[in-house]
Design a protein around this ligand. Structure first.
Ligand code: PMP
Length: 291
């Protein structure tokens, strides 16, 4: 990943990709004082850019730091990164972290940095390919209680159990893992939210201890507009037997149907098909009709 050509926006300037480096004694690396975003550009425009930028700034505040750029400046920097790298359809990764002035638990003595990278991360499986669905393993790790972690932040430290869960699932031949929460309710996958469907009724876990994804909220809106009812509630794992379809949502995952969660089987069908199509239409930039 570090040996490519291209440009990374780094503390206000574009740096050659291979030179965008930080010191090994960086606070963000040792103590996880680091927040980030995952966003996608479609047709040259970042989908819901301001929502991602606002979440990045809010995540920093949750970790008790201010990113030293305004939302307008961050948005402009994202656009500049796309342009500098000649990218139209891309995944983008803004990341903010505490620097390397002082390496011990207190974070405040350190300067806050911001970098933004972008690269091609294709999502272009055909509808038929997507509708085969992916297989999920149950994770042995539980999403912790809101009193344990600042769960609304998209913060690096919260991904430790996601990486452990995903690596374990992949080592066993699964695509991803589904985590329960500290109470035993179904929570989310390692980088995406989960939805369960029976006919025209969609049920999704209440995001009270995990990220309420921007894609999740978009898909809820699209589902309602397409005649589905959407219920947010706590779901026990045994209830998965009552649903016909399941899909994940996330910036990287978009709408990804699921065929298995442990012993539960699903058949991606009408709801998955409708929402994959609705989401891929929604992310395209809305340009004036004259263009
Ligand atoms: N949960 C986790 C743990 C994630 O990393 C992501 C991806 N950001 C999501 C959910 C989905 O969030 P979004 O739709 O905003 O990408």
């Amino acid at each position: 990943m570090d040996q490519r050509d291209g440009w990374i926006w780094f503390d206000g300037e574009l740096k050659p990709w291979k030179e965008a480096k930080i010191h090994v004694l960086t606070h963000g690396l040792h103590y996880a004082s680091c927040v980030f975003e995952g966003q996608r550009a479609y047709g040259g425009e970042v989908f819901k850019l301001r929502e991602h930028t606002d979440r990045l700034i809010a995540s920093g505040k949750t970790l008790d730091f201010d990113i030293p750029y305004s939302a307008d400046e961050i948005d402009a920097a994202c656009r500049k990164v796309l342009e500098a790298n000649n990218l139209v359809d891309a995944y983008m990764r803004p990341v903010a972290w505490r620097g390397s002035e002082e390496l011990s638990v207190p974070g405040r003595p350190n300067t806050v940095h911001l970098a933004i990278a972008a690269w091609v991360w294709p999502s272009y499986f055909s509808m038929e390919e997507k509708l085969k669905g992916i297989r999920l393993q149950w994770s042995k790790w539980k999403r912790p209680s809101p009193e344990t972690i600042p769960y609304k932040a998209k913060a690096a430290g919260l991904y430790m159990i996601c990486t452990l869960s995903k690596d374990a699932a992949m080592a066993d031949g699964y695509a991803d893992a589904l985590m329960l929460d500290y109470r035993g309710y179904v929570a989310e996958a390692t980088g995406a939210n989960a939805f369960f469907i029976k006919g025209k009724e969609i049920t999704t876990p209440t995001p009270d201890c995990f990220l309420d994804g921007i894609t999740r909220r978009t898909v809820i809106g699209l589902a309602k507009a397409n005649g589905f009812t959407v219920t947010e509630r706590h779901i026990m794992p045994d209830e998965l037997a009552n649903f016909d379809e399941c899909f994940l949502t996330g910036t990287a995952a978009e709408v990804t149907p699921v065929s298995e969660v442990g012993d539960f089987k699903f058949t991606p069908g009408e709801a998955s098909r409708t929402l994959i199509a609705a989401y891929s239409a929604a992310v395209q930039p809305k340009r004036a009709a004259a263009e």
